[in-house]
Design a protein around this ligand. Structure first.
Ligand code: ADP
Ligand code: ASP
Ligand code: MG
Length: 449
C-alpha cells in the first residue's frame, strides 16, 4: 500500500444514489483512498434530532420515520444486488422506529444520541454497496469499535490515544484488502452506549481517523469547490482560496465557517496531515489545500459568520477591585458544561458569548444557569445576534485595521468588539438581521477584486 488517504463525504455528497455514485467514482479513481467516512444523507440528522425529543406528537413521529425511510429507500431501490442490503436497511429502520416509540420519560441525551447515530449507520451501509457495485471491494466498519469517548452525550470527547491503539489492532490490517467505509459523527462510551461528537462532527471523525491510521492525506468532499473568502451563500463575490495555512483554516472553522467542524484541524495539525477540501459534484475543479505553511500570508484571508449567538452580560458592583468574582461565574458555567466563546470586561461587568444554534445537541444557557448566576450578580441574556470574524495574518500589527474594517459598516449597531488576543482575528457581534449585509459589505471592502 503506497499512501493512505482518508476521504470524508458530507450529507449532500451522500444525499441520494446519484450523489453517492459520484463519490464512489472519486474513490475508484484514486486507489490511495482507503478509508471513507460518511455523514448521514442530507436532511436525515435534522429529522433525527427532532425524533430524539420527548415532546413530538405521534403523528409527527410517524411522518419523520416515513421521511427517513423515503430518503434511504430511494437509494436502495437503485441498487442492483440489494436483497440482503434491503433486509438490513429495513431492520435498521425498524430498530429506529422502536427507539422512537418509548415513553416520554425515557427521552434523554443518551437516548437522543442512540437515535442520531442511525443517519450515519444507514448511509455507511448504502455507500459500501454503491462502491461494491462499481467494482471497488469495500467493507462497512462500525466506527464505535474504535472511536471511544466519554459520556458527554451530544458533545462527546474522543479518547485519541485509545483510538490509535484500537485502529492499529482492528482497522489498519483491513486496509490492504478493502476500502473501509465507516461512520462520521458517532462514537461509543465506556458503558457501551452510543455517543455523538456534535453537529457537523464527521469532519472531525475523519481527521481523527486520519491521525489514527497514520494517513498521508485527508480529503473533505463537500458541496463547494473549496474554502472561500466567505460563505459563498452570502455573496457571489466570495472566491475560492487555493491554499491556506492550518492556523488560518482553524480560525475560520472556530469562528463558524460551516465548511469545517471547528475541531477538524487539531488532529491534522498534530500529525501534519495535509487536508484537501473540494466538491464531490465537481472534483475536476480542484479545491483548497490546507497545510502547515503556504506561499502567501495575506493580511485579510476570509470572513466567517456564526449565527444564533447568545450574549450574557453579568454585572455586579462587587466586582470592583474584588478578586474571585470571575472564578465564581466560570465555576457555574463549567458545572453546566457551557463553553464560553468571546469575553469582554469593564470595571463592573463582563460580557460573554455562547453558541446556541438550532438543532444543536450541546448544553445551552437555560433558566437554571441564569438563576445560579443571579445569586452572584445581575444577569442580562440577549439572543438574535451573529458573530462576524475577520481572519487574517498579523492583524495585531496592521495599522488602520479599525478604519479598514469598521468605516464601511458604520450604519450598523456593532456590539462587543474583540481584538488583540489573537493575531489572526478581529471579531464582533451584530444583530442577526444585519449579519449578511455586514459580511457582504465587509467582503467588498476587504476583498475588492
Ligand atoms: P457537508 O455536509 O459536506 O459537511 P456543510 O454544509 O457542513 O457540508 O459545509 C459546506 C457549506 O459550508 C457550504 O455549502 C457553504 O455554504 C458553507 N460555508 C461557510 N463558510 C464557507 C467558506 N468560507 N467557504 C466555503 N463554504 C463555506
Ligand atoms: N450528520 C451529522 C450532522 O448533520 C454530522 C455531519 O454531517 O458532519 O450534524
Ligand atoms: Mg459539515
Amino acid at each position: 500500500m503506497a499512501n493512505i488517504t482518508v476521504a470524508k463525504f458530507g450529507g449532500t455528497s451522500v444525499a441520494n444514489h446519484e450523489a453517492m455514485s459520484r463519490c464512489a467514482n472519486i474513490i475508484k479513481n484514486d486507489l490511495n483512498n482507503r478509508v471513507v467516512v460518511v455523514s448521514a444523507s442530507a436532511g436525515v440528522t435534522n429529522h433525527l434530532v427532532r425524533l430524539g425529543q420527548a415532546d413530538v406528537p405521534a403523528a409527527e413521529r410517524s411522518q419523520i420515520l416515513k421521511s427517513i425511510h423515503d430518503i434511504q429507500s430511494a437509494i436502495v431501490d437503485k441498487l442492483q444486488d440489494s436483497d440482503e442490503l434491503k433486509r438490513t436497511v429495513a431492520q435498521t429502520l425498524d430498530q429506529l422506529a422502536t427507539l422512537a416509540d418509548v415513553q416520554a420519560s425515557q427521552f434523554n441525551a443518551k437516548h437522543a444520541d442512540e437515535i442520531l447515530s442511525f443517519g450515519e449507520q444507514l448511509s455507511s451501509l448504502l455507500f459500501t454497496q454503491v462502491l461494491n457495485e462499481i467494482g471497488v471491494s469495500a467493507r462497512c466498519f462500525d466506527v464505535r469499535q474504535v472511536m471511544k469517548t466519554n459520556s458527554l452525550y451530544g458533545q462527546a470527547v474522543v479518547d485519541t490515544e485509545g483510538l490509535k491503539t484500537h485502529a492499529l489492532e482492528q482497522l489498519k490490517s483491513l486496509l490492504a484488502d478493502s476500502v473501509i467505509v465507516t461512520q462520521g459523527f458517532i462514537g461509543q462510551d465506556g458503558l457501551g452506549h452510543t455517543t455523538t461528537l456534535g453537529r457537523g462532527g464527521s469532519d472531525y471523525s475523519a481527521a481523527l481517523l486520519a491521525e489514527a491510521v497514520d494517513a498521508d492525506n485527508l480529503s473533505i468532499w463537500t458541496d463547494v469547490v473549496g474554502i472561500f473568502t466567505t460563505d459563498p451563500r452570502i455573496t457571489d463575490q466570495a472566491r475560492a482560496i487555493p491554499e491556506i495555512s492550518f492556523g488560518e483554516a482553524a480560525e475560520m472553522a472556530t469562528f463558524g465557517a460551516k465548511i469545517l467542524h471547528p475541531a477538524t484541524l487539531i488532529p491534522a495539525m498534530r500529525q501534519n496531515i495535509p487536508v484537501f477540501v473540494g466538491s464531490s459534484k465537481e472534483p475536476e475543479k480542484g479545491g483548497t489545500f490546507i497545510q502547515q505553511s503556504v506561499a502567501s500570508n495575506p493580511t485579510y484571508r476570509s470572513i466567517a459568520l456564526r449565527r444564533e449567538q447568545t450574549l450574557v452580560t453579568v454585572k455586579s458592583p462587587a466586582m470592583l477591585h474584588a478578586s474571585g468574582f470571575l472564578a465564581k461565574v466560570f465555576a457555574i458555567l463549567a458545572k453546566h458544561e457551557l463553553s464560553v466563546d468571546l469575553i469582554t470586561t469593564s470595571e463592573i461587568s463582563v460580557a460573554l458569548t455562547f453558541d446556541n444554534p438550532t438543532g444543536s445537541t450541546q448544553s445551552v444557557i437555560n433558566s437554571n444557569v441564569v438563576a445560579e448566576l443571579e445569586q452572584l450578580c445581575e444577569v442580562t441574556v440577549e439572543h438574535g445576534l451573529s458573530l462576524v470574524a475577520v481572519i487574517g495574518n498579523n492583524l495585531h500589527r496592521t495599522k488602520g485595521l479599525g478604519s479598514s474594517v469598521f468605516d464601511k459598516i458604520n450604519d450598523f449597531n456593532i456590539r462587543m468588539i474583540c481584538h488583540g488576543a489573537s493575531s489572526n482575528n478581529l471579531c464582533f457581534l451584530v444583530p442577526e438581521q444585519d449579519a449578511n449585509t455586514v459580511v457582504e459589505q465587509l467582503h467588498d471592502t476587504l476583498f475588492a477584486a
